[in-house]
Design a binder for this molecule. Structure first.
Ligand SMILES: NC(=O)c1ccc[n+]([C@@H]2O[C@H](COP(=O)([O-])OP(=O)(O)OC[C@H]3O[C@@H](n4cnc5c(N)ncnc54)[C@H](O)[C@@H]3O)[C@@H](O)[C@H]2O)c1
Length: 258
C-alpha cells in the first residue's frame, strides 16, 4: 500500500460512530493524513482503541441528542480551535424482517439514529464551517439508499433520506464554500454485516454459503474493507475534492452498475 498523503494536515474532523468498523478506519485514515479528530460513539462501543491514536480526542455521546452534539462541537473548539470536517457515520441496521411485521419502535429508532442523527450533526456543526467559509461534510448512506432492500425497509428508507439531506445541505451550503457528499457502500466487512448475516441465515442456508452468495452479488466478487470506505471519506474531506459536492457516491465493487 502506498504511503498516505498529508491531505488532511491542519484539518479538524468530527467522526461519529468512531468505535465501529468504518468509523475507526476513517479516524485512522484521517490522522495518518495529518488531521486531528474528535471521535464520538456510544458508551461501550469500542472507542478505547481509537482514543489511543495521536491527534484524537474521544467522547461518548448519542447522535440523537442535541446536548451531546453541543458537547462534541465544544470539545472540537476547546481542543483544536475549529472544525473543518464532519463525518456522520453512526448508524444502525435495525430489524431484518418484512415491512408488514416491522416493529414500530424499531422503525422509529432507525429513523432517529440514521436520519435525525445526521440532520442534527449538520445543523449543530454546520454553522462553524459556514462562518469560516470552508468545510466538508460526508454522510454515510448505503447502496440500500439507491434502491430498495427486502426485509430492511426502515434501513433503506433511512439511507434514501440521508441522500436527500446531503443533497439539500449541499445546495444550501455551497454559497458559503461548504461541500456535502454522501457515500453509498455495498456490504463491507464489519459488525453490521455480521449482524445482518446472522439474521438472514436459516436451516437451509448456513453462514458460509450466505457469505459466498453475498460476495457473488458484488461484481468484484468480495465484501469491501472498512479502510477502503475510510480512504474515500478522507479524499472527500480533503481539498483534493474541492469541486465535488452534492454527490451520492457508490463504493460497491460495481454492484449498482447493473
Ligand atoms: N457495513 C456495511 O456493510 C455498510 C454498508 C453500507 C453502509 N454502511 C453504513 O456505514 C456506517 C458505519 O457502519 P459500520 O459497518 O462501520 O457498522 P458498525 O456497527 O461497526 O459501526 C456503527 C457505529 O455507530 C455507532 N452508533 C450507533 N448508534 C449510535 C448513536 N445513537 N450515537 C452514536 N453512535 C452510534 C455504533 O456504536 C457503532 O460503533 C453506518 O451508517 C452504516 O449504515 C455500512
Amino acid at each position: 500500500m502506498s504511503e498516505p498523503s498529508n491531505a488532511l494536515a491542519g484539518k479538524v474532523i468530527i467522526v461519529t460512530g468512531a468505535g465501529g468498523g468504518i468509523g475507526s478506519e476513517t479516524v485512522r485514515g484521517a490522522v495518518d493524513r495529518g488531521g486531528s479528530v474528535v471521535a464520538m460513539d456510544l458508551a461501550g462501543a469500542g472507542l478505547d482503541q481509537t482514543a489511543s491514536l495521536d491527534g484524537v480526542v474521544a467522547l461518548e455521546g448519542d447522535v440523537t441528542s442535541t446536548a451531546d452534539w453541543e458537547r462534541v462541537l465544544a470539545a472540537a473548539i476547546d481542543s483544536f480551535g475549529t472544525v473543518d470536517g464532519l463525518v456522520n457515520n453512526a448508524g444502525i441496521e435495525g430489524a431484518i424482517t418484512p415491512l408488514i411485521e416491522y416493529p414500530e419502535a424499531m422503525f422509529d429508532r432507525v429513523l432517529d439514529v440514521n436520519v435525525k442523527g445526521v440532520w442534527l450533526g449538520m445543523k449543530i456543526v454546520g454553522p462553524t464551517m459556514l462562518d469560516k467559509g470552508a468545510g466538508a461534510i460526508v454522510n454515510l448512506a448505503s447502496v440500500a439508499g439507491l434502491g430498495g432492500a427486502s426485509n430492511l425497509s426502515a434501513y433503506s428508507a433511512s439511507k434514501h433520506a440521508v441522500i436527500g439531506l446531503s443533497k439539500s445541505a449541499a445546495l444550501e451550503m455551497a454559497p458559503s464554500g461548504v461541500r456535502v457528499n454522501a457515500v453509498c457502500p455495498s456490504p463491507i466487512d464489519t459488525r453490521m454485516m455480521r449482524s445482518l448475516e446472522e439474521s438472514m441465515k436459516s436451516d437451509d442456508l448456513d453462514l458460509d454459503t450466505m457469505q459466498q452468495l453475498i460476495a457473488a452479488s458484488i461484481p468484484l466478487g468480495r465484501y469491501g474493507q472498512p479502510s477502503e470506505v475510510g480512504d474515500l471519506i478522507c479524499f472527500l474531506l480533503s481539498d483534493d475534492a474541492k469541486f465535488l459536492s452534492g454527490a451520492a457516491i457508490p463504493i460497491d465493487g460495481a454492484m449498482k452498475a447493473r
